[in-house]
Design a protein. Structure first.
Length: 236
């Protein structure tokens, strides 16, 4: 009696191609052959194919199953390792789902992490400021970024900052100087309230020099000449 390759595949709920592949990679022993040369599979082959399907369904790869050898009936160590990997994957996916929920609920930008995205989504931040924050994610330490996010959240509705956002490129000298003088105390207060911002590039992942250069470039590219001039005046 016995089964042909097609019959074995049907019984196991797989394909003839899969059965042949199991042979090719050494997971399934070759069966005896009938007098006419056709393969004759036994119950042992069926059980083996079903076990391979079960283990791959649990997440083990064919190479991992091959490494188990005869221990694949109850591969406790491999399954525990797989369980740990799945736990990490589930945790990562839960974080991703939480971020997606924030993005969808608040129309938050996708190019920021969850903390900064939440701060930006709940604030009156300009497009230039948002892009500036994106640059900061690459040049500031995580703790400094968190502090900056809190500052954005706390000060986003400040009328002086909103006035800076709306400053036209052709603003006259008097307007620039007046805004710089009113912006300076706001900036000082922000730093006093958030000590982490006093040494902005402490622990910077790419170093202070790279951080300063990137920030200078971002300011030049993202803000109009009048705004840049106000920032220079404010710093003085």
């Amino acid at each position: 009696m016995g089964w042909s390759t097609r019959q074995l595949a049907e019984l196991a709920g797989t394909t003839v191609r899969a059965v042949r592949h199991y042979h090719d990679v050494g997971l399934l022993a070759e069966p005896e052959r009938r007098a006419n040369g056709y393969k004759r599979y036994s119950v042992a082959h069926l059980i083996r194919v079903l076990r391979i399907k079960r283990l791959t369904g649990l997440g083990l790869s064919l190479s991992q199953i091959a490494e188990l050898g005869t221990a694949d009936e109850h591969p406790e160590e491999a399954l525990r390792s797989l369980d740990a990997e799945l736990a990490e994957t589930i945790e990562r996916l839960q974080r991703v789902r939480a971020e997606l929920a924030l993005i969808l609920r608040r129309s938050a930008p996708t190019d920021l992490g969850p903390e900064l995205a939440q701060a930006v989504a709940g604030s009156e931040i300009s497009a230039a400021d948002r892009d500036f924050v994106v640059v900061l994610t690459r040049i500031l330490a995580p703790s400094t970024l968190r502090a900056y996010a809190e500052t954005v959240r706390r000060t986003s509705s400040n009328p002086v900052l909103r006035e800076f956002d709306a400053l036209p490129a052709d603003a006259d000298e008097r307007t620039r100087q007046d805004l710089a003088e009113r912006l300076a105390p706001v900036s000082r207060q922000m730093i006093e309230d958030t000590p982490e911002l006093r040494n902005l590039f402490a622990g910077a992942p790419l170093g202070a020099a790279t951080g300063i250069q990137a920030m200078s470039q971002a300011i030049t590219d993202l803000y109009n000449p009048a705004q840049v001039d106000v920032l220079v005046r404010m710093t003085r």
